[in-house]
Write a protein that binds this ligand. Structure first.
Ligand code: CP
Length: 320
């Protein structure tokens, strides 16, 4: 059963502002001086269990372990015995082989179930409700854009466009804990990701706002979007699958006014830096001109996944 002393990262509800600050500041330090950390995780193993596909999360965690002198093992749920055995048995066995576990789960409840039996720290590598590692990496990127001081985030403003979801949940947590304003400019919330407690905590800070009024862009320092297109909407040739046609068209009608593009930013006088966690669907939630804009920091976000993962792993292993 759960060992109370083990610290996990499923979301940030049990994280203080100081802990979040510490992880970001250490990531900055490691990024500047990678050689100092090249053997810190010698003989340590990270197990990465994926129930869903990934590019950045897998690459960043695996590269992070290599660069810290340790080792990462990739487990694709679909090629393991998780498919045929009880989760609570397989997960306990898995944890016997490593020092820390990163788990990308379809449902948050499965992460909570894993924590009940945890013998090692567990990192949420994205679930239906949260994406904490992404949000920390994004905060690192924003801090760097403002000169590298975490305090410089205080009073700054992030506008999130599109559907409120797991990514926006974690951004809301991190921003409000570091004194940054965050506005969700969204006509819809993903029901599966909705967390009333998280929203109430954010509102209590006075830093959180919801609106459908795009005028909120005018004083934004950063503007962020995430996909509202599901991969299952398309077949292999890129055509919309008939059974998803209605939902695809509904989303397009509802969300195209919130597409992150340069014309939109110009219309509202916004000089905001452009962010996206990727994968992107150019022409839907974001335009190609926004991706390629000199204000885009999207690929810096992607790279910063590597630097923040190092800090997250070291934090959870008690090395910082
Ligand atoms: N942003 C993100 O988590 O990317 P992947 O799904 O490719 O890991």
């Amino acid at each position: 059963m759960q060992k109370n002393k083990i610290k996990h990262m499923l979301n940030f509800k049990d994280y203080s502002s100081e802990e979040i600050r510490k992880i970001i500041e250490k990531a900055i330090e490691i990024k500047r001086n990678p050689e100092r950390y090249s053997e810190i995780l010698k003989n340590k193993t990270l197990i990465m269990l994926f129930q869903k596909t990934s590019t950045r999360t897998r690459l960043s965690f695996e590269a992070a372990m290599t660069q810290l002198g340790g080792h990462a093992i990739f487990l694709d749920w679909r090629t393991t015995q998780f498919r045929i055995a009880e989760f609570i048995d397989e997960i306990r066995a898995v944890m016997r082989f490593g020092d820390i576990l990163m788990f990308r789960a379809l449902k948050h409840e499965l992460l909570e179930e894993a924590v009940k039996f945890a013998s090692i720290p567990i990192i949420n590598g994205l679930c239906n409700k949260y994406h904490p590692c992404q949000a920390l990496g994004d905060m690192l990127t924003m801090v760097e854009e403002l000169g590298g001081n975490v305090d410089s985030m205080k009073g700054r403003k992030l506008v999130y466009l599109g559907i409120a979801n797991n990514v926006s949940n974690s951004l809301v947590e991190v921003c409000t804990k570091l004194g940054m304003r965050i506005t969700l400019c969204t006509p819809e919330k993903d029901k599966d990701a909705y967390d009333a407690d998280l929203e109430a905590r954010a509102r209590a800070t006075g830093l959180y706002e919801e609106t459908t009024d795009l005028n909120c862009l005018s004083d934004a320092d950063f503007v962020y979007t995430d996909t509202w297109i599901n991969m299952e909407f398309f077949d292999e040739k890129g055509n919309v699958v008939p059974e998803f046609r209605e939902e695809f068209e509904r989303r397009k009608r509802l969300l195209m006014p919130y597409q992150l593009n340069l014309e939109l930013l110009k219309r509202y006088g916004s000089k905001a830096k452009i962010m996206h966690d990727m994968p992107m669907h150019a022409g839907y939630e974001i335009s190609r001109d926004a991706i390629e804009s000199e204000n885009s920091i999207i690929f810096k976000q992607a790279e910063n996944r590597l630097h923040i993962q190092k800090s997250i792993i070291l934090f959870l292993l008690g090395k910082i």
